[in-house]
Ligand binder design. Sequence first.
Ligand code: NIG
Ligand code: FE
Length: 413
Amino acid sequence: MTYDVILHNIGQLILPKTSDYPLKGQDMKELNISEDAALGIQDGRIAWIGSDAQAGSLKSTERIDAEGKVVSPGLVDPHTHLVFGGSREHELSLKQAGVPYLEILAQGGGILSTVGSTKKAKEDELFRKASFHLERMISYGVTTMEAKSGYGLDADTELKQLRVIKRLKEKYPISVVSTFLGAHAVPPGFKGKEEEFLDEMAGLFDVIKDEELAEFVDIFCETGVFTIEQSRKFLQQAKEKGFGLKIHADEIDPLGGTELAVSLGAASADHLVAASDEGIRQLTEGNTVAVLLPGTTFYLGKDHYARARKMIDEGAAVALATDFNPGSCVTENLQMIMSLAALKLKMSAEEIWNAVTVNAAHAIGKASQAGSLDVGRSADFVIWDVPNYQYIPYHYGVNHAQSVYHSGKKLWE
Ligand code: NIG
Ligand code: FE
């Protein structure tokens, strides 16, 4: 047979383990690296994996020479706030003056400032702006990602954001998973009436399901935002409607959002900087993925990072994401997050690669399609201009992607 594409002369092929469950503990520490592998691609899928010597005798329409460089699955970014209006560079001086993140929010800034800009923006404008950021993510090696709403906090603007995400799914070949985060903050008119607000947001579940606008529902469970009890009720309602669950949990105060996520069977619990020992213990028992966002801790200027070492060593599943958003982490660069994971979370290169591929895919329900390379899977891969897989976390702040492929087609170089 003649393959569409043969990818050969690969220095190191990164092959995260495919698994029905997220990789936990010891399994996260292992990463299969092949130094003599080649790929055959047919109709956008991997049709053959064998040795470089065998590849020499195979016929193909096109041959890609990886020039002895590193090839990995396309990266998966499982937590982004991709769609928003405006920007918040004016808040940098407040941060420098030491005004805490939740204080800026309480004063009507922060998330609420972006809510104002997002309400004002026309759908097409949001679409153009989100396309720009999404294309930059692709350029950094991402071929599967999640995108949240949450800068509307009213029916019209939340649905407008979700429609933008739906249009992005249609426009781009990469896989985009959509999350409804209507419970991202308490709008000024609802202070003290949080339950009423959450009922209003839960009132959108049916239309979101009917129009296939989101796969997941998320909530910001935090001091001054939504309590554990409010979050439990809201997520329980979402679960009954058939949504997957996510939660912004234990980011600043240890409210117990981690435990809540595990008890509800959430796909992920995100942030977890303040997760308790008991929360971490419970993570090891369930299949909820701990999505860690060290870029946010860095950008908020904090010294205390999520306890990734304890989580992994005790047997939890960890993934990494950018948390790209206009306030607490303004970067599309998942490679930068890989460096922060090495330096601040003390994760090994093997753990980091598993965290941005297979475990990130599990966190957004995409593990059967994304996060690893295997016969039958979509040929989503990145050729990295680096000498070995440890090099990316090591050399930080720049883009090491040389070319990015989805379904065997080049998306970026
Ligand atoms: O994940 N923590 C809450 N939400 C976002 C920040 C959003 C913003 O500041 O605009 C986060 O960090
Ligand atoms: Fe977030």
